[in-house]
Design a protein around this ligand. Sequence first.
Ligand code: G6P
Ligand code: ZN
Length: 543
Amino acid sequence: MTPHIVETTPIEGQKPGTSGLRKKTRVFMQPHYLENYVQAIFDGIGGVQGKVLIIGGDGRYFNDRAIQVILRMAAANGASGCIVGQGGILSTPAASHLIRKRGTDGGLILSASHNPGGPDEDFGLKYNGPNGGPANEGVTDRIFARTKDIDSYRILDAQDVDLDQIASTTLGDMQVEIVDPVTDYAALMEELFDFDALRALFAGGFRMRFDAMHAVTGPYATEILENRLGAPKGTVVNGTPLPDFGGGHPDPNPIWAKDLMDHMYAEDGPDFGAASDGDGDRNMIVGANCYVSPSDSLAVLADLAHLAPGYAKGLAGIARSMPTSEAADRVAAAKGIDCYATPTGWKFFGNLLDAGRATICGEESAGTGSDHVREKDGLWAVLLWLNILAATDKSVMQVMTDHWARYGRNYYSRHDYEAVDTAAANQLMDDLRASFGSLPGQSFGPLTVETADEFAYDDPVDGSRSSGQGIRVAFASGGRVMYRLSGTGTEGATLRVYLERLETDPDALAQDAQAALASVIAAADQIAGIRKRTGRDAPDVIT
Ligand code: G6P
Ligand code: ZN
């Protein structure tokens, strides 16, 4: 088997976004598209000669074909080994764990996360480094630079590798090891959580519904919840990963996981509901009649993590993305530990976790995780919640009510305007930037602007600076609004508007979030002229 050197020319637009390269599947399926990008990754990380990589994805359409191409290219580029999840499956957190456990030189994860899958939907590919986390900006900049001057790629002429059999084979001179995608991950969860207490919880009649949304967490949740913890069969629903996620949108939020919401708000519904996304790194938590916002979930997990064996010694620090609510900051302050605000994108937590400065991290976009891996981890969040419920003997609603009574409630919501005209969205952001000088002192309804600026992050570990990370407007009486353009969308621009207000009046902690935020929502529109510029009456998605 001789490696072929195939001549190619650069392809426009292969710039990695918030989380790797995401495009329409058909874009990825164009001649040389995937190959160019894979070669650019290999070149961008200094070649893969003699290296070992973890490879796996969320099982979406084109996952298996892309893996065959990646394997042939890795072999042709001199990699010494690839470790692949059986059937091409690895959840993102499980891939992160395998990279760390096997001490590999990183890995390639095939996923477009919570975006739908299929020939007319989305596909994605990203490189994670030897620490198990998404490549930092230095690396993704080198990969992008390489996509712009690439002139050839290397690929082996070979038969497909059988991805379905757990076995070791060779491809050219490269070792290929097919491993069970669940075993190592499940063992890690057993180390972190009190499985005896969780078994007792289920044995005592606790009822749970886990919606895997036909995505990658199905096999993981079935093994852990039903097989190891004894939850009744049927606790996991939509548990078989499908290439098109059953035609659904595998994004665990009240809109896309409406079926779960309906069950949890029904009379005599389950005690606990949870869902995860396409690649298993996001989570949604919902109790009986009680949806938990991701920002609140982060605060509760950080507050009570010490109840789980893996975190019994307490937390070194907490980190959240800038647009995530400040509920976690209040917990950190009470515990006397640091709280970091980073730009959106899990990669920014990597240095804090590696340096031991943060133990638990989270984002408003339904991601929470800890230093056990270097990705956010959907099932981990679910298991930590279960551990907390078992240890406190409280319902989700009681946990939330007690949390707000102690810390106050950071009412929070995100309004998304999707597939907005890109020029109009950029103009909106530019005009906001131009008004930083004039906004302070201006009033919008009952709210007066105190500060307006654009968030830039100075990484406290490596000193790197990331600028242009979201516009912030803070009001004198408290409350803030943030504006960002999404870095994960594949169509036009997605404008995200993040809204927050702290309430400490004990009699005002049980309001509907949209009602509690009404004045902030109105000000956000007036300040940026969202409706006028986008031509939309209302957001497409409210979380
Ligand atoms: C992915 C990343 C997250 C990020 C989210 C939203 O899930 O892993 O870190 O918060 O996308 O990013 P976006 O740029 O679309 O707001
Ligand atoms: Zn995801």
